[in-house]
Design a binder for this molecule. Structure first.
Ligand SMILES: *Cc1c(COP(=O)(O)O)cnc(C)c1O
Length: 390
């Protein structure tokens, strides 16, 4: 890909974020400060949750939740095989066993019936993921979690601002997690946030992100706070978010509605331009969901092989259109095969979908002309495969 290529994603940073960052730098307060609190308030409100706990990444947020919920050795956590690897790795961090269930081929999320079949007496939690930002089934996962009296953790790293049946993503389970890497709906460079209505859980998460220090009520004196800086009630982590990162996040949240309108417009243009290509399956839009779009992922019909899909992606890149195979199945990544014995064929629907996905460029400043160009290039690359096949 050349310097004028259309990238797969691009952060949308305005003058506002730059000003807020400059203010933080000038203030001299670079960690544990007012920006983090403001960012927590803005994101929690957007998710319809009482508490937000800013952390250093979405992965760190999931790790903290595993720890806070007491999940460990001998426990099982059920999740989806079709996701970014970070939605399952935190299960392994705490010594528990990831148990996958196959997906619904329409929504690309965990199939609720298969999720329920995968639950055993050792299951201690469900991690539900909104794959590519699609919130379908999250209410069903919550119902299943309640039935078996286990917590649902919502990995909403791809779904900030989305909702399903009138309910905000992040608010379906005991806790939700957002990620703010530069390719997500909003970014802080690196960062994440836990959201929850459970004030006890929020307090434990605040402590765990901050080296296991106790949290104080707002009424605590400066003396009490100082005295306990070196008092650690539990083994925690340093998973804090810096004030610089939080300042970027505050600016992004202030522009959130406008940015999501742009994403919606781009998604609609894509659907319009791509719906005429016969070999493509477009994302299913559930009338009961609103999406904020993470990336735009289409897939080839089942008559295409993984090799043909790979050549289409390479062809797009050669023609300066960013593209990737989002996502290879987690259970087939080498450490999961080696440690847990997963193999091809274990989750046939997820594997079949994963072999045919094509992620297309998606970012707020993408123009209509660029979308036309992407659609045309994609169509040429696909017909090249059909022709060489004979
Ligand atoms: C991005 C992402 C994560 C991890 O977020 P980071 O901030 O990159 O650690 C976890 N789960 C899913 C589904 C993601 O897309």
């Amino acid at each position: 890909m050349g310097p004028d290529a259309i990238p797969l994603s691009k952060p949308d940073i305005s003058q506002l974020e730059q000003t807020l960052v400059r203010d933080v730098l000038a203030s001299g307060r670079l960690a544990i400060g007012p920006m983090q609190e403001e960012f927590e308030r803005l994101v929690a409100a957007r998710a319809g949750c009482a508490h937000g706990v800013a952390v250093s990444s979405g992965t760190a947020g999931l790790h903290i939740l595993m720890q806070a919920l007491g999940i460990g050795l001998g426990d099982e956590v059920v999740t989806t095989p079709l996701s970014f690897i970070a939605s399952a790795n935190p299960i392994v961090y705490v010594g528990a066993r990831p148990v996958f269930a196959d997906i619904d081929p329409r929504t690309l999320n965990l199939d609720p019936a298969k999720l329920e079949q995968a639950i055993s007496p050792r299951t201690k939690a469900i991690i539900g993921v909104e794959a590519f930002g699609n919130p379908a089934h999250m209410d069903e996962y919550a119902r299943i979690a309640a039935k078996y009296e286990i917590p649902l953790i919502e990995d909403s790293c791809e779904a900030l601002g989305a909702s399903h049946k009138g309910r905000r993503c992040g608010s379906f389970g005991r806790a939700g997690v957002f990620g703010f890497y530069p390719n997500k709906q909003i970014t802080t460079g690196e960062g994440g946030m836990i959201v929850t209505d459970d004030s006890n859980l929020a307090a434990i998460c605040r402590s765990l992100r901050n080296q296991g220090r106790d949290e104080f009520p707002d009424s605590a004196s400066e003396q009490q706070r100082l005295g306990s800086w070196l008092a650690h009630g539990r083994i925690g982590f340093n998973y804090r978010m810096s004030e610089v990162a939080a300042a970027i996040g505050v600016g992004q949240m202030q522009r959130f509605d406008r940015m999501m309108e742009q994403r919606e417009r781009i998604a609609r243009l894509y659907i319009e331009r791509l719906s005429g290509i016969g070999s493509l399956i477009l994302p299913t839009i559930d009338p009961e969901s609103t999406m904020t779009w993470f990336v735009f992922v289409v897939r080839l019909t089942t008559d295409y092989t993984a090799e043909e899909r790979d050549r289409v992606i390479m062809g797009l890149r050669t023609h300066d259109v960013g593209s990737a195979a989002y996502f290879p199945c987690i259970h087939l990544q080498p450490p999961y095969r080696e440690r847990f014995g997963f193999k091809p064929g274990d989750f046939p629907i997820a594997e079949s979908v994963s072999n045919r996905t094509i992620a297309l460029p998606f970012y707020n400043s993408l123009t209509e002309r660029e979308i036309d160009l992407i659609a045309q290039t994609l169509e040429v690359m696909i017909s090249r495969e059909s022709i060489t096949r004979g």
